[in-house]
Design a protein around this ligand. Sequence first.
Ligand SMILES: C[S@@+](CC[C@H](N)C(=O)[O-])C[C@H]1O[C@@H](n2cnc3c(N)ncnc32)[C@H](O)[C@@H]1O
Length: 259
Amino acid sequence: MPSSRPSPDRQHPRILHGRRRGRPLRKRQLDLLRTLLPNIEIRAPEADGTTLPVALNLDLLFPDSGQTRRLWLEIGFGGGEHLLFQARAHPEIGFIGCEPFVNGVVKLLSGIDHGRRTGDAISNIRIFRRDGQQLLEHLPRQCLDRASLLFPDPWPKTRHHKRRFIQQDTVDQFARVLKANAELRIATDHAELCRWVLRHLASHPSFEWMAEDPDDWRRQPLDWAETRYETKAAKACRQRYFLSFKRNSAPAPLASTKT
Ligand SMILES: C[S@@+](CC[C@H](N)C(=O)[O-])C[C@H]1O[C@@H](n2cnc3c(N)ncnc32)[C@H](O)[C@@H]1O
């Protein structure tokens, strides 16, 4: 899938923690990586000699959607259960899924392929296989109508907190790429990470917690498909926390991307 510039697979200097590979892939899965993925993969645009990341050209990513384009993002989609559910339910919306774990990517590809073979073609998903922070840097400002981060790695040890996806600069990036009134959904089964997320988001000038009553965080949003990780958490009787934030109309923090 083309970006606005020629796409060399530029290596990003940020360290990506966590697994990139699990079990060896079967032949069918390798075939999907070779045949299906190139049609829907987003490659990071090439640096242009300045220090700012170059923005992705969304017109090339979703050529049919034009002015009316609505775009949802899911970062760390795991096996893609939630992403597939949402993409099926909203064929008019463009979806960007970000996941560096190749075994998760092939699960999503298998789901897309299965749909294609059973007359339920899904054509509105694009995949970015690198760090979600890198993807955020390459998105143009105010392009997203929703972003979801579902059960991100909690990195419970204090010395690993800096590896958590939610950090001040990531929240600033979300503020930059989300449209006014867009929604940022974060779910976790880790109480301390939940507090961390609230600390970062609820105090940020661009976001408002959308909780409607004191029990709001216990309930899944209505349009929801359980993720694999969430099912495991439920089986182990761990409390799950569902946090939704609205991007308000405050000006975005200083841009760190070209547009
Ligand atoms: C605990 S799993 C949850 C997966 C899925 N959301 C679910 O609920 O089943 C966290 C996922 O985030 C992905 N991940 C970790 N760091 C990431 C990053 N920097 N950017 C994008 N994805 C990341 C991992 O590969 C993993 O699949």
